[in-house]
Design a protein around this ligand. Structure first.
Ligand code: ADP
Ligand code: MG
Length: 292
């Protein structure tokens, strides 16, 4: 149960009406709440520590992780394509975000199966602008995927879930294995599998952007395999194709951009800024051309 008596009481005291569950992650439940005085809606993320009863060190770590998530959300404040922090109820591990009414990009994609090049261009531009913004602040997200990308009323992207995000100083290397299997960059896997392989950095988010873009355009992920070991091997070799019939009607610029994101060598991979300068974002839709 995500709602302890304490959470219910505290939210009520703060004049929030508690509504339905909006989504769940591994260690949290997100619920809709309505501020009684203003009628304004928020999404409250309730961090679950029930499985950690008595384990003081675990609980302390969860608290630290939540503080870090909030600190990073605050650092990202003001960007139109990043989830907006509202407040932290610090006696509980609960914080409120502005609600994204249209839910996850994942569900949107499922409902339409795959996106047009034009839609993909709009979403990818917004996603890359968000990534460019937090990379400039040395923040690495580490869990970009359609479940963590939300949509507001106007179908604008809000990058969300900074639960694995961290600040990486220039020259510093990250070493933890974290994220979601299908979106993990080859260098993250290489580091966890072999000794003497260096750590990783911001480039892992660009790899995830490549996986996302591929998935948006054809409706299926590039590296999926029923057997996880096979999938991880495919990732490490960037072994994917544009073969399936789904790709036949897709033009070259988006394929070229995906190729430049799904490069095994993180040094060769495009940065967010470079990706935004890619011809894919300059090409005009034929429909628009005929209207001119
Ligand atoms: P976790 O770190 O546990 O994965 P998330 O922050 O990703 O938690 O939130 C879990 C789910 O809750 C999201 O995938 C989404 O469906 C929903 N959710 C999170 N934030 C919002 C929001 N601001 N508006 C609407 N739904 C949200
Ligand atoms: Mg999540």
């Amino acid at each position: 149960e995500d709602l302890s008596a304490e959470v219910v009481h505290s939210l009520n005291l703060r004049n929030y009406d508690i509504k339905q569950v909006l989504g769940k992650g591994i260690s949290s439940t997100v619920r809709r709440v309505v501020e009684k005085t203003t009628g304004q809606e928020f999404a409250v993320k309730i961090i679950d520590i029930s499985g950690e009863k008595g384990e003081v060190a675990q609980v302390e770590q969860t608290k630290k992780d939540t503080y870090r998530e909030i600190r990073i959300l605050r650092m990202c404040g003001g960007h139109p394509n990043i989830s907006e922090f509202h407040c932290f109820i610090d006696d509980l591990l609960v914080f409120a975000l502005h609600r994204c009414k249209k839910g996850e990009l994942f569900d949107y994609l499922t409902s339409v199966v795959s996106l047009s090049e034009k839609r993909t261009r709009i979403f990818m531009r917004q996603l890359l602008e968000a990534v460019e913004f937090f990379h400039r602040k040395n923040i690495v997200h580490r869990d970009l995927k359609p479940e963590n990308i939300l949509l507001d009323d106007n179908l604008n992207i809000k990058v969300s879930d900074f639960g694995f995000a961290t600040v990486v100083e220039p020259g510093e290397e990250l070493v933890e294995l974290c994220g979601t299997p299908g979106y993990l960059a080859p260098e993250v896997l290489a580091h966890s599998m072999y000794e003497n392989v260096s750590g990783y950095g911001k480039e892992v988010d660009m790899w995830a952007c490549g996986v996302i873009m591929y998935t948006l355009l054809c409706g299926a992920p590039p590296f999926w395999n029923r057997r996880q070991m096979m999938m991880l091997r495919a990732i490490m070799n960037a072994d994917y194709t544009f073969n399936s019939p789904e790709w036949d009607d897709i033009s070259d610029p988006p394929k070229n951009l995906i190729q430049k994101l799904l490069l095994v060598n993180p040094q060769q991979r495009l940065t967010a800024k470079e990706a935004l300068a890619h011809p894919f974002f300059h090409s005009m839709d034929m429909k628009n051309v005929s209207e001119i």
